[in-house]
Design a protein around this ligand. Structure first.
Ligand code: ADP
Ligand code: MG
Length: 148
């Protein structure tokens, strides 16, 4: 069964707080697929998640547009060490491209994988994941829908 939660945020800080709240329940092996256009707040939400996962320097958290994947070291709510893999799939054309990145265990048990533009790698996404869609309502309002 898919469980969906809709939230509206009115400032970037509220979106970051939502990210910190989400982070509390994350564990190694979790995959978050983010959808929504440029400026929707995907990276802002991920900054909040990184804070919640105790990443020491969240100024490192920015869209990995040119490197495809960024990695941050963090810790889950139950104290387990995890690597956060922050992926930007904007330039990918499908799962095969994604597989070509190779070498990195993006979806491993000791990582939390968060993907911006997840629709660009639809067939490369694991079935078991959390989908998060962000929509612009007005310049500072975002509707954020979380399904798991
Ligand atoms: P994306 O990664 O989806 O392209 P970013 O998080 O990089 O989006 O950018 C979102 C922009 O929108 C930032 O400049 C942020 O300050 C602004 N913003 C305004 N209101 C909000 C909000 N409620 N939530 C998130 N970002 C917001
Ligand atoms: Mg971004």
């Amino acid at each position: 069964m898919v469980e969906t939660m809709d939230t509206t945020t009115f400032t970037p800080e509220e979106t970051m707080r939502l990210g910190r709240e989400l982070a509390a329940d994350l564990r190694g092996g979790d995959v978050l697929a983010l959808y929504g256009p440029l400026g929707a707040g995907k990276t802002t939400l991920i900054k909040g998640i990184a804070e919640g996962l105790c990443v020491a320097d969240t100024s490192e958290v920015r869209s990995p547009t040119f490197v495809l994947v960024r990695a941050y070291e963090g810790r889950t709510g139950d104290g387990e060490a995890v690597t956060i893999h922050h992926v930007d799939a904007y330039r990918l054309t499908g799962g095969a491209d994604f597989d070509d990145m190779g070498g990195i265990d993006l979806f491993g048990d000791s990582s939390v994988c968060i993907i911006e533009w997840a629709d660009r790698m639809a067939d490369g996404l694991p079935g078991e994941r959390i989908d998060i869609t962000l929509e612009h309502v007005d310049p500072t309002t975002r509707k954020i829908s979380i399904s798991r």
